[in-house]
Design a protein around this ligand. Structure first.
Ligand code: FES
Length: 169
C-alpha cells in the first residue's frame, strides 16, 4: 500500500463511502441538535446546537483497561487506559470514515477504508491518519455516573486538558 499506484486505487474505490459518511454524521447530529433544540426551546430556551450529554453509567462499571463499543451508536468509544477514562470519537481523523475495534486485536481500533490503526490510547500507529482520535467532554456527576458531552471536542494536543478524561483507580 506504499506505492502511489496502490494509493490511487484505494482512494478511487472508497471515495463515495468517505464522502458520504461525514455528511450522514452531520445530518444525524444536526437532526438531533435541531430536534432537541426545538423541544428544549419550547420548554425554556436552550442553545439549539448543543447535543445533550450521554449517561454511560457508573464510574465503577469501568474497572479494567480496554476499548468499549457499547456507545458507538452515540458515535464514541469508551476507553479506559492507564488510569484515565475517556470517550473517543468513532470518526476517523483521516477522512471521516466510521471506525471499529479491531476484530483481530481488541486493544486497537481500525479504519477499514484506508487502513489506519489506533492504539489503546487512540494514537494513530499506522497511517494515513496522522493524528489521534478526537475525544469528547467527560465528567462524573453527583450520583457517580459518567457523563459524556459530545458537543465538546478535544484534539490530540488537548488530551491533557481537564474535562477530556476522568481519573480511575
Ligand atoms: S478514512 Fe482514511 S484511514 Fe480512515
Amino acid at each position: 500500500m506504499s506505492t502511489d499506484k496502490n494509493h490511487s486505487s484505494v482512494h478511487r474505490c472508497t471515495c463515495r463511502e468517505t464522502s458520504r459518511r461525514p455528511r450522514l454524521l452531520l445530518d444525524r447530529r444536526r437532526f438531533l441538535a435541531v430536534g432537541s433544540g426545538c423541544v428544549l426551546g419550547a420548554l425554556g430556551g436552550v442553545a439549539a446546537d448543543k447535543l445533550p450529554p450521554v449517561d454511560i453509567g457508573a464510574l465503577t462499571k469501568f474497572s479494567e483497561d480496554g476499548i468499549s463499543e457499547e456507545f458507538t451508536k452515540n458515535d464514541f468509544f469508551v476507553i479506559r487506559y492507564q488510569g484515565r477514562l475517556f470517550a473517543a470519537s468513532t470518526t476517523c481523523p483521516h477522512m471521516g470514515s466510521l471506525l471499529q475495534r479491531d476484530s483481530q486485536d481488541a486493544t486497537r481500533i481500525k479504519c477499514t477504508t484506508h487502513g489506519s490503526v489506533f492504539d489503546g490510547e487512540g494514537l494513530a500507529t499506522v497511517g494515513p491518519a496522522s493524528s489521534g482520535l478526537v475525544r469528547h467532554g467527560i465528567s462524573v456527576n453527583k450520583d457517580g455516573h459518567v457523563m459524556v458531552d459530545p458537543s465538546k471536542e478535544f484534539h490530540q494536543d488537548k488530551w491533557g486538558d481537564k474535562g477530556c478524561y476522568v481519573e480511575v483507580k
